[in-house]
Design a protein around this ligand. Structure first.
Ligand SMILES: [Zn+2]
Length: 482
């Protein structure tokens, strides 16, 4: 597989420290609010990446943190504490907020067919790990104490701005743009490893440490959690592109200073979801959630398809019109799959293997998911029987996770339930074959024939009250439950 690597800024051949095994880490959500669909775009693409690696034969250990402490409004350690902000907004404790939004996040993931990582670790559960790393960084001279807090000294590194395609001055401006400057820092880019003094005297979560009672900075949690569950050599680190700097830059700085060797050679970043008015973000107040999509009648998997149709390294523009297009595509695709006959077999394994190889080559070119969608249409047109076509589609759906076969089967069942009842007079009723409803529909037809409009209308109203939608068609009527 070839994958774009943000560190080398080119497509590299994917490699792992141990052949056939991938240690993968994903920055998880800060659980102070619902995830918006822009955040979820990253998790969808990371899910496809993990599933593709498994499909390609790798065994994967995927780890994700849940940020429930230490993440301030600005990623450069200034501004309000996000968890505290959530707790105040909802008059709940920080722990209650964390539990509620962690559950909400995984419920959204389930609806989007995002697999739960092998390890999910809340940041508050690994305090000893952070203390161990921070102590060692102080010993080695990579960190210093100032104003009660422990800071990482970025000037001690030969190379700090690893994701920087700007020059240092640009980045310094980026840091300066943050809400306020911390006078304790020796260098502008230095960051907090451990807080004991902060303006949040009412910070609910605090732990004892060699530097006093306090709490960890945001960046240290990912290094600590990854080293605990992935080991010293990480193969692949994932996150949204806005995590590249300063968060991932800081993760690399502290991890390599601590380990004394390179930490993670491959970095995968998913780009933003934009609306016509710019990047989708929570700070702007209104944002789109999976629940909102459902309320508006969209299957969450329509959003998954919408994301898969474009490349993860391109900004994606969300609009209702674009989502409607994805919905139409999804429905048409399912209809075509439902029209295939599973009993038209046997499965030709050689053809399945040939399509599988093509899929590996195409999607394996920097996770080209839109080619993966195109491959579904190729499978539908394959010169083979329907059972083989279905086997190919099922194979691809291990990666795409669009529930193609189960949803198509539902459509098939619905069509099979459309029984026809024919009356003696040649009047055909098409519905589910429910005798009670069919009898009412027939009585209405007879009332109409006898020009007894009042009775005909009364029966129609009665059916409506039963949740039945009735349509007159030539030679009969059709009904369905609504
Ligand atoms: Zn992280």
């Amino acid at each position: 597989m070839k994958l774009y690597n943000s560190l080398t800024r080119r497509k590299d051949e994917f490699q792992t420290h141990t052949p056939g095994h991938v240690e993968m880490y994903t920055c998880g959500p800060t659980v102070y609010h619902f995830a918006h669909i822009g955040n979820l775009r990253s998790y969808i693409m990371e899910d496809v990446l993990e599933k593709f690696l498994r499909y390609a034969g790798y065994d994967v250990n995927r780890v994700m943190n849940i940020t429930d402490v230490g993440h301030l409004a600005s990623d450069a350690d200034t501004g309000e504490d996000k968890m505290l902000k959530g707790a105040k907004r909802e008059h709940k404790s920080v722990m209650e907020i964390a539990q509620f939004y962690t559950d909400a996040f995984f419920s959204d993931c389930e609806k989007l067919n995002i697999k739960r990582p092998d390890v999910v670790q809340p940041a508050t559960g690994c305090i000893d790990e952070y203390i161990k790393i921070v102590s060692s960084l102080l010993e080695k001279g990579y960190a210093y104490l100032a104003g009660g807090n422990v800071y990482f000294d970025t000037s001690k590194l030969e190379r700090y701005y690893v994701f920087n395609d700007h020059d240092e001055e640009d980045l310094a401006v980026g840091v300066r743009d943050s809400v306020e400057e911390d006078q304790n820092k020796r260098n502008k880019a230095d960051f907090v490893l451990w807080f004991t003094k902060s303006k949040f005297e009412d910070q609910a979560l605090k732990w004892d440490s060699p530097w006093g009672v306090g709490y960890p900075g945001w960046h240290i949690e990912c290094s600590g959690i990854s080293m605990k569950y992935n080991g010293e050599y990480l193969d692949l680190h994932c996150g949204g592109i806005d995590n590249a700097f300063p968060h991932h830059t800081n993760e690399i700085a502290q991890s390599e200073a601590y380990l004394g060797h390179p930490w993670c050679p491959q970095w995968f970043h998913v780009h933003h979801l934009n609306t016509n008015s710019g990047k989708m973000s929570k700070s702007k107040g209104e944002f789109l959630t999976v629940s909102l999509l459902e309320e508006k009648g969209y299957d969450p998997l329509v959003y998954r398809l919408f994301c898969l149709q474009s490349h993860y390294r391109k900004g994606l523009v969300f609009s209702w019109e674009n989502l409607d297009n994805a919905k139409t595509t999804y429905e048409k695709l399912l209809k075509r799959i439902a029209a295939l006959k599973p009993e038209d077999g046997p499965v030709d394994q050689a053809v399945v293997a040939e399509y599988r190889q093509k899929f590996l080559d195409q999607v394996g070119n920097d996770l080209n998911t839109s080619m993966g969608i195109t491959a579904l249409y190729d499978a539908l047109k394959a010169k083979t029987n329907d059972a083989t076509r279905l086997a190919i589609l099922a194979d691809f759906d291990q990666v795409l996770s669009l529930d193609l076969l189960s949803k198509a089967e539902q459509l098939r069942q619905q069509a099979a339930n459309q029984a026809k009842t024919e009356s003696a007079g040649g009047y055909t009723i098409t519905g589910e074959g429910d005798p009670e409803i069919d009898a009412l529909v027939l009585r209405r037809a007879e009332a109409k024939k006898a020009k007894n409009w009042a009775e005909a209308d009364a029966i129609r109203d009665q059916l409506k009250a039963m949740g039945i939608e009735l349509t007159d068609v030539p030679g009969g009527a059709m009904w369905k439950r609504v």
